[in-house]
Ligand binder design. Sequence first.
Ligand code: ADP
Ligand code: MG
Length: 624
Amino acid sequence: MRDIIQLLPDNIANQIAAGEVIQRPASAVKELLENAVDAGATEIKLIINDAGKALIQVLDNGKGMSEMDARLCFERHATSKIQKIDDLFHIRTMGFRGEALASIAAVAQVELRTKRAEDTLGTCIEVENSMVIKQEPVAINTGTSIAMKNLFFNVPARRNFLKSNAAEMRHIVDEFIRVTMAFPDIFFSLTSNGQQLFHLEKGTLKQRIIQILGNQYNAKVVSVQEKTDYLNIHGFVGKPETAKKTRGDQYFFVNNRFIKSAYLNHAVMNAFEEVIAPDSFPMYVLFIDLDPAQIDVNVHPTKQEIKFEDEKIVYAFVQAAVKHALAQFSITPTLAFDIDAGIQQSDAVSKPFTDEKKSAAATSNLYKSFTQSNQAHFIDTGKSELKHWKSFYEEVKQPADDKFEYEKQLPVKNDDPGLNAASADLLGFTKKRKFQFTDETVFTQLHNTYIIVPVEEGFFLINQQTAHERVLYERYAAALVGMSIPVQRSLFPATIELSLQDAAMLTELIPDLLQLGYQVEPFGLNTFVIQGTPADLEDGNEKSAIEHLIEQYKHFSSEVKFSKREKLIRSMASQHAIKPGKRLTPAEMRRLTEDLLVCAQPNTTPAGTPTYVEFKGSYLQKMF
Ligand code: ADP
Ligand code: MG
């Protein structure tokens, strides 16, 4: 019998080792972005082709590498970040194992260009199968560009394991967001197949959160900030009314590294327990900073789990910090008419705080350590007016998907060009209506912003802008699948010149735009002629209408979960909705109210902002 053990050839060993670090395009994206951050860059651009299967390139303006380092960085365990074992326990950089570039070089064709500020010429190196195949000096700006082409070109089995482009791209965007969220003071962009998906200017954490997660959180986040000797926590949580039915906008970072932790997630959910519905998920972006010695660094960095020296302390701390933050966003009865109408949307504030929970919370030391004056209404349930306030909301709260029941057919009006018989039918406008408005019903406009509609013994307070946005959204959705919105041809068509990216985007949208009443025709490379606009569009400036639309659309582009059409109609609805400050005639108010009440989802805008609040007669009586 002969011996059967043999040593694997280097290139196979390298490929196997690489598999642990680079599982898919997104893992390479994470490593390259982190290297750029570690290099002190203030601007980092990510370029992707074919969901990273063809190209992943990261360009940074960081400190660059010397010629020697440029060759060395592809060696396994080549790192500038630790020198001795003790350094491991103080590590503050994102990477430290010196495995990423070696792994990438084993499974892709890599081109590195790098220059330090003190050097006149930079270095360009090409690597394939872990071997340097070309090296030459290049004239470039200070910084580094690493392009990896044809990932897994030499490991077909692995390449076959990759998912669809859409799935791989989603992973890439996830990793991109995790890094960009942690470094709001760095500019980032992401371009995929020539189209810029993200363009994130430097700013504050709050600005970054809104850039990434969307405007829905504008003015709807609460700052979390606590400092102790043991650890610090800072970040933001969404106000209760922004909680969603799907998990998603939830981020934990420990020492600026994104982590997944069911345990800490539980701590946040616990803090939110009394203020959001049980099956909804609050937004949070929380940064925990503590002495690196308190974290087990031997957990592999590509895994997103983490081990704390004392997990329980971190849990209690996170929970208390979030509770404290929510408490400061306190809601008192006297404010009931000032507060954001969104509150009534979430069952949130109305739920009773049970006695056991109350005593359990009150005996916890962390709870005690926070000052009494900062406690939220849901912790302090002693005041009697508060109970009234809650019962008011209990009565009016309606789940978002609650449908209205209409008792009478909607009369289809001819004077509205957008809402014709066809679109009305598509929306299923054959429901009965619940609220009868007589011809005598008086509609009152408040501050040119809200509409007061008396119903039964109470009244509706409608927000004209959000209500109109909902109405338009459903109208556009119907137009896309049914009868298009009539185009009004312009006598003197305007031309519009766009950047190449915007032009590519607009070209894609032309057919859908036509369905929505915009007739746009290409005219050369990046110029378009606007032949016509929707017949019911009020302001005459077609050009700025299209420009605004593109801006809005770009804003939605970060919402990868939406289809092209969904983004388009959301953009149009929010753009065309009447704005606060616009005076409405009684007939217009009546029309808007009727249009809203026949919507399939009248309660909120597509983004979830409430459109109206109902004040019940029984509540009004209780007030006096
Ligand atoms: P690690 O980040 O764990 O040190 P990597 O394999 O990711 O290991 O990188 C190896 C080394 O190459 C880094 O320690 C750093 O010195 C250098 N390096 C990598 N990327 C860059 C970059 N974008 N700019 C400057 N230096 C870099
Ligand atoms: Mg690294």
